[in-house]
Write a protein that binds this ligand. Sequence first.
Ligand code: NCC
Length: 267
Amino acid sequence: MLGNRLRKVVQNYQDTVEVTTLTADLQPFSLLPWAAQLPPKQLTSDLGPYKSCAVVSSAGSLRYSGLGREIDTHDAVLRFNAAPTTGYEKDVGSKTTIRLINSQVMASDDHRFLSSSLYSSGALVAWDPAPFSADLTQWYNRTDYPIFTQYQRYRRLHPMQPFYILHPRFEWQVWQRIQDNMAEPIQKNPPSSGLLGTVLMMSLCEVVHVYEFLPSRRKTELCHYYQRFFDAACTLGAYHPLLYEKNLVKRMNQGSDRDEADLHVFI
Ligand code: NCC
C-alpha cells in the first residue's frame, strides 16, 4: 500500500517536472553572438541513461562516514558547487560525472571558478535563481549573479568540457512540487542545488542514491564535510525551502528507513 503511494508521488513528479537546459536555438540566446557556446542538445539527450547513481550532498555529516568506496561504485556521481574530492576520498569518493554549481560559485573570487581544477572533471551544470515567471529574456537581463559572462569565459578556457545551464522553468517546476506537497505556503525562493541535482539524476538514472541529504544518525552542525564552519541552517535551510525539500524526498524514498546513510529513489 505504502509502496503504491510512493510510486504515485514519483510518477506525478515526472509528469510535471522536465529537466530542461538552455540550447543555442532558444530566444533570446539564438540572437546573441555567443549562442554557439551553448550546447546544441539537451543534457538529457547527451548524458545517461545510467543504472545506479549517487548524489553526494555537501553535508558535514559525510565527514568520517567512510562512504567513499560505496559512492564510487555507482555508474554516475553528482556533486555540488565547490565540494572537493581530493583529500576526502575515503568519505566522498573520487568519481565526478556531473557537478551542479550555482551562479554564486561561478561569480565569487573565493571559488576561483575559472582557474581551479576542481571544476574540470565530468560535465558542469549551472543554475541561477531566476525570477518566478521564468521568462528567459527577463532573467537574462537580471540574473542573480553574472552566470552568462562567467559561462562564456569558462567555455573559452575549456571548450571541450560539457557545460549546461538549467532552464529556470525547471527550478520553478521543482519548487511547485515542493509547494504541492505542503499545506502551508513555502518561501518563494528556488530549491537548493541538492534537490535540483536529485531530480536531475532521477531523469538520467534507474536508481538514485542520495547521500546525507536526509540527515542520518551522523547528523552534525558542521555545515560542509570540507570546512570547519558550524551552522544548523546549512542542513535545515534559510533562503532555500530545504526542510520542505527534505520532506518531499523523504516521501519519495523507496529505501528502508534503516538505510541511514543514503536514500534510494527509484523511477
Ligand atoms: O552549501 P551547498 O548549497 O553548496 O551544499 C550543496 C547541497 O548539499 C545539501 N546540504 C548541504 C549542507 C548540509 N549541511 N546539508 C545539506 O543537505 C543541500 O541540498 C545543498 O543544496 C546550494 O544549494 O547551491 C548551496 O550553496 C551554498 C553556496 O552558494 C555554495 O556552497 C558556494 O559557496 C549556499 N550558501 C550560501 O549562500 C552561504 C547554500 O545556502 C546553498
